[in-house]
Design a protein around this ligand. Structure first.
Ligand code: 3HC
Length: 318
């Protein structure tokens, strides 16, 4: 039966049945307005995060300790920009323009990941970001690669391949430093002391304080809750830390045989909400850099549009 004749209620039920059956929703399919809005919110903020994530690492490209490290970091930062563009394109399939998304970001209405509001003080931080931040992203994004919205899940498949390279290069930086001088070991340990808890915050507030998870889990955009993915990241990361002799800064971290997980200390949620509400160590700096880049890049956007229009008019004239 053509969906034209279905009532709103029948459409909702049909959509819900499709989700329950594990079907993938494509841009041209009927979807509840709230599903579309939730995806726009989540995907656009994911894209903003990827682009802002270039800033803390970009800061160290000219300071990399060797040509090899510089080349690897350059490739990683370039990947992150590509991830942002990829996810912006995926979000545009939901009927929002790039300008609207960027406007939401540049006016501060939209969020980006809290983790990028912490400073990168030395080279070991590049290792901490690759190992912990990209490690957390892998846990999150490998699950999103199975989510119900086609363009998002497919974008994640491609992005996760590159995240694995990001994760490995970060871990290798720290493993190398942990075999180095005492000063290098201390630098690596200090970086993990600063990035461990903010990395756990990447998974969002605890489930009881997550206003969006209900919708997202119901529609299989999220397949696990914030706390479940956070726990998966902790369980995966603790043995990796032990392998290279890094101590994670949580005295309550302890394997719980009965649960099959690591017990861990409490997250500082006051810090989390301060950072996501603009009061983190680098929020102002990151937003200024992004706004300046947008203003200074206007001529590039104008040139691309002019070039496209010239090509179109030449085609018409031919
Ligand atoms: N940073 C900033 N804001 C956060 C946040 C964080 N770490 N965690 C949650 N929030 C915000 C949410 O956006 C929401 O605010 P909003 O309604 O105004 O958007 C509010 O806090 C409540 O959180 P919820 O749990 O209800 O929100 P979600 O259900 O959307 O869950 C999320 C938050 C887990 C981040 C989820 O949106 C998600 O999985 N997003 C996709 C992945 C993503 O965005 N990752 C960001 C990192 S990008 C990255 O890692 C790049 C890599 O290459 C390094």
């Amino acid at each position: 039966m053509s969906i034209k004749n279905l009532t709103e209620e029948e459409l909702e039920k049909r959509f819900h049945d499709r989700i329950e059956k594990g079907e993938i929703i494509e841009p041209k399919d009927w979807m509840p307005e709230r599903y579309r809005k939730q995806l726009i919110r989540m995907m656009s903020q994911h894209a903003h995060s990827e682009v802002v994530g270039m800033l803390p690492e970009g800061n160290w490209i000219t300071r990399a300790p060797s040509l090899r490290r510089k080349a690897v970091l350059l490739a990683k930062v370039q990947d992150e920009g590509g991830h942002g563009l990829y996810i912006y394109c995926g979000t545009e399939t939901l009927g929002i323009s790039r300008e609207e998304m960027l406007d939401g970001f540049l006016t501060g209405k939209a969020k980006y990941s809290s983790i990028f509001n912490y400073p990168t003080l030395n080279w070991a931080d590049m290792g901490a970001i690759g190992w912990l931040v990209d490690g957390a992203a892998i846990v999150n994004q490998t699950v999103l690669a199975k989510c119900s919205y086609g363009p998002y899940s497919r974008a994640m498949v491609r992005i996760c391949k590159e995240e694995n390279f990001h994760h490995k290069q970060g871990y290798e930086i720290l493993a190398t430093m942990m075999k180095g001088t005492d000063a290098q070991k201390q630098m690596a340990q200090d970086a993990i002391n600063r990035f461990w808890w903010p990395s756990l915050m990447m998974f969002g507030p605890s489930d009881k304080d997550s206003p969006n998870s209900g919708d997202l889990l119901k529609w299989k955009v999220k397949l696990f809750s914030n706390d479940e993915l956070r726990q998966r990241f902790i369980d995966r990361t603790v043995p990796q830390a032990e392998n290279i002799g890094i101590k994670l800064p949580d005295p309550l971290l302890k394997w719980n045989e009965a649960k099959g997980h690591y017990d861990h200390g409490d997250i500082n949620w006051e810090e989390f909400y301060n950072v996501i509400n603009g009061r983190g160590p680098c929020n102002k700096q990151r937003m200024k850099q992004r706004r300046d880049a947008h203003i200074n890049g206007e001529w590039v956007r104008d040139a691309v549009v002019a070039h496209e229009e010239k090509k179109k008019s030449e085609k018409v004239a031919a």
